[in-house]
Design a protein around this ligand. Structure first.
Ligand code: ADP
Ligand code: MG
Length: 682
């Protein structure tokens, strides 16, 4: 057995294998450390970015330990690719998945039992086939590798229900004939600390070691540009104007936008577009043209780039806000694989956030909609087809509901699309995931609004704690483009001073609340611009805060205001975006004057009047109660936006209520009475 403590001697066989069997000169960063731990029998979770070389971290120690390495992989294409590569290196590698003939799979099992396999790749659902885990357990496994391990966690971005059974199946497999259980190595490129914890607990690797490395990309300068949608095309064109900024990938939010942007750039660059609505052949042709430099700008939806490894992409532009930092990081990671200087630009505005929230509501229907679908199926099996009609609901909505019910275990879907209800309580898990997705959107927004080094924010998001923690030196925060900023004019300065007073009076409160309650007519995006300006000058410090409520982590930002007077030099260092629209003078002057004459003022500008405040409080209390009763997230009862609009409307009849933005007839029918009662009371 390998000796855990003698790492110096341990390395030698591993290095030998690396060179002789895999043909590599040296380990890449962190590989050796992981290989040694696993070789020594330690289970671990390995989180490194795509392309870092994670596979080697199970291939080498598995081989060194002797016996078969079992690799659980979620995608047939991935398995086929890996097996082919290993076979080409002369290893005995095989796979069992749904795409193979029975006889082929049987032959693979026989080879396994005869001890004639170095690597066996399987899909996770294989472990549910009766007799299969028992068959595997007849021999001692060298190592169990779980690739794309984020699929285990329902917080991971492509959660796979079949991965859930791994936790239950692994103990049988690990024992074999050996005295000590064989190690497990879980691998993924995209696990946030929440997902990491979930993977460890589901695999019962609580004592497992975590290797989280390599998220710092030193050659990508990230910039965030707050831009109205209408300004983005021109800005993309300008950003790519210099030849050094191409080849480039421009990510668009929808297929239609991808085509529009491509059309708009056509006169200036050799452009292609790529999205999921195109045929396979056309997609391959477009991709190849980009790989072979026949097109220099690829406008694409998020579907682009999974399999491509183009080393010299100089710029990645996001023309809209992505839905999570995980996908954002993966996409900007396609820039500068060759190690040369590259740029990533993220374009967004508050409207993007609204769009993401809208999409979220579509993808995650309200619990009550799922309930309707579930209730019908629970009365007796249904075919997927007739269901929308029977329920008189929108077909897309029913499809989304079925998919969610299936993922969370409420429904079984037979191969012929017959739906069957189970006894599983799918509600808590669904509600949790829906909230989690919303949280991911919030984190993406916080990143865009952020005021510290962009790369550092990404690294910390992924929990890479061994990182140096230094600023990257070339993002828009570390190295701001001075020409994009100017000193505030007199009115703006007065406004900023007024804002500082309001912030000081409300230290510790969330910025969202301060904006709602004390920022007068300043819209949210200008409010954020002001906060950023104050933070960059060092007058205030923005803090990321969170608290636990009902088992959920609620995140918010607040500020600390430093000590200073009117003569402090930091006032002189204040810079606002050069393109910022000028402050609306009349109101700003009035507010600034008000702020000056009342230095203890707790608000900045027009307060929301007391009556509206009272209505907001009452509506929120009611919503919380309703949410608890229904075990549903509060926003599924009434979104914040609608709640505010309802409170401000002071509606006193069902008709008036229905006219409020966000309140449809359905909502009025359901909650109208309660809401009107709340609005009327005091
Ligand atoms: P990941 O799973 O982390 O995305 P892979 O394991 O697929 O990455 O490896 C990416 C590429 O890097 C592969 O082509 C692999 O052969 C190569 N590679 C891995 N380790 C080394 C190494 N030590 N030296 C040279 N190439 C390596
Ligand atoms: Mg991989």
């Amino acid at each position: 057995m390998p000796n855990l403590n003698a790492s110096a001697t341990v390395s030698r066989p591993l290095r030998g294998l690396l060179k002789e069997r895999f043909g590599f000169e040296a380990f890449r960063p962190y590989q050796e450390e992981v290989c040694e731990a696993v070789y020594g029998g330690q289970s671990a979770l390995l989180v490194m970015p795509t392309g870092a070389g994670k596979s080697l971290c199970y291939q080498v120690p598995g081989l060194a330990r002797g016996g078969t390495t079992l690799v659980v992989s979620p995608l047939v294409a991935l398995m086929e690719d890996q097996v082919q590569k290993l076979k080409a290196l002369g290893f005995r590698a095989e796979r069992i998945h749904s795409g193979r003939e029975r006889a082929e799979s049987r032959a693979v099992c026989e080879a396994y039992l005869a001890g004639a396999l170095d690597y066996l790749f399987i899909a996770p659902e294989r472990l549910a086939v009766p007799g299969f885990p028992e068959m595997l357990a007849k021999r001692r496994l060298a190592l169990i590798a779980i690739d794309e391990a984020h699929c285990i966690s329902q917080w991971g971005h492509d959660f796979r229900p079949e991965y859930r059974m791994l936790g239950a199946r692994l103990p049988t497999l690990r024992q074999g004939e050996a005295e000590s259980p064989c190690p497990i190595l879980a691998l993924t490129a995209t696990a946030t600390p929440t997902v990491q914890r979930d993977i460890l607990s589901q695999l019962q690797l609580d004592a497992g070691k975590c290797f989280i490395h390599g998220f710092r990309r030193t050659n990508i300068g990230v910039s965030v540009l707050e831009l109205a949608t209408a300004e983005r095309l021109d800005r993309v064109r300008n950003l790519l104007a210099s030849k050094e900024r191409r080849p480039a990938i421009v990510y668009a939010s929808t297929r239609k936008n991808a085509e529009l942007i491509a059309e708009g750039l056509k006169g200036d660059y050799r452009v292609g577009f790529y999205h999921g609505g195109m045929g396979k052949e056309e997609r391959e042709r477009t991709q190849l043209a980009f790989l072979e430099d026949r097109t220099e700008v690829m406008v694409a939806t998020l579907a682009f780039g999974m399999g491509i490894d183009k080393p010299d992409v100089r710029t990645v532009v996001h023309a809209a806000l992505p839905s999570s930092l995980e996908s954002y990081y993966q996409e900007i990671g396609r820039a500068g694989r060759d190690g040369l200087d590259s740029k990533a630009y993220l374009m967004w505005s508050f409207a993007d956030r609204k769009m993401q929230e809208f999409l979220h509501e579509k993808n995650y229907p309200a619990l009550e909609e799922l309930d309707k679908v579930f209730a019908v199926v629970a009365q007796g099996d249904r075919s997927r087809e007739g269901l929308a009609e029977e329920l008189k609901l929108d077909g897309d909505l029913v499809d989304a509901a079925i998919q969610k019910l299936w993922i969370h275990g409420g429904l079984k879907v037979e191969p012929d699309d017959t739906l069957r209800a189970t006894k599983v309580d799918w509600r808590p898990s669904y509600a949790r995931q829906s909230r989690h997705r919303l949280d991911q959107i919030q984190r993406m927004v916080s990143f865009a609004e952020g005021t510290r080094c962009r790369m550092l924010a990404l690294i910390q998001h992924f929990g890479d704690e061994q990182d140096s923690g230094r600023g990257c030196g070339h993002c828009d925060i570390c190295a701001p483009d001075e020409s994009a900023f100017r000193a505030p004019d007199e009115a703006e300065m007065a406004m900023l001073k007024g804002l500082v007073l309001a912030l000081r009076a409300r230290e510790g409160q969330s910025l969202g609340r301060i904006h709602r309650e004390a920022a007068g007519k300043l819209d949210r995006s200008r409010f954020e611009t002001c906060i950023q300006a104050l933070s960059k000058s060092g007058l205030v410090r923005v803090l990321d805060r969170s608290f636990e409520k009902d088992g959920e982590t609620i995140r918010y930002r607040s500020v600390e205001v430093d000590d200073f007077d009117d003569d402090d030099a930091r006032w002189g260092s204040l810079r606002v975006p050069a393109e910022a629209p000028k402050a609306p003078r009349a109101t700003t002057k009035r507010k600034a004057a008000a702020a000056r004459s009342a230095p203890n003022a707790t608000s900045f500008g027009d307060e929301i009047d007391e009556a509206t405040k009272g209505r907001i409080e009452r509506l929120k209390a009611w919503r919380l109660e309703e949410a608890r009763r229904r075990k549903a997230p509060a926003f599924t009862i009434l979104s914040d936006k609608t709640l505010m609009a309802v409170a401000a409307s002071g509606a006193s009849s069902a008709e008036q209520l229905q006219a409020v933005h966000g309140m449809g007839p359905k909502l009025v029918e359901k909650h109208g009475e309660s809401i009107l009662r709340l609005l009327a009371s005091r």
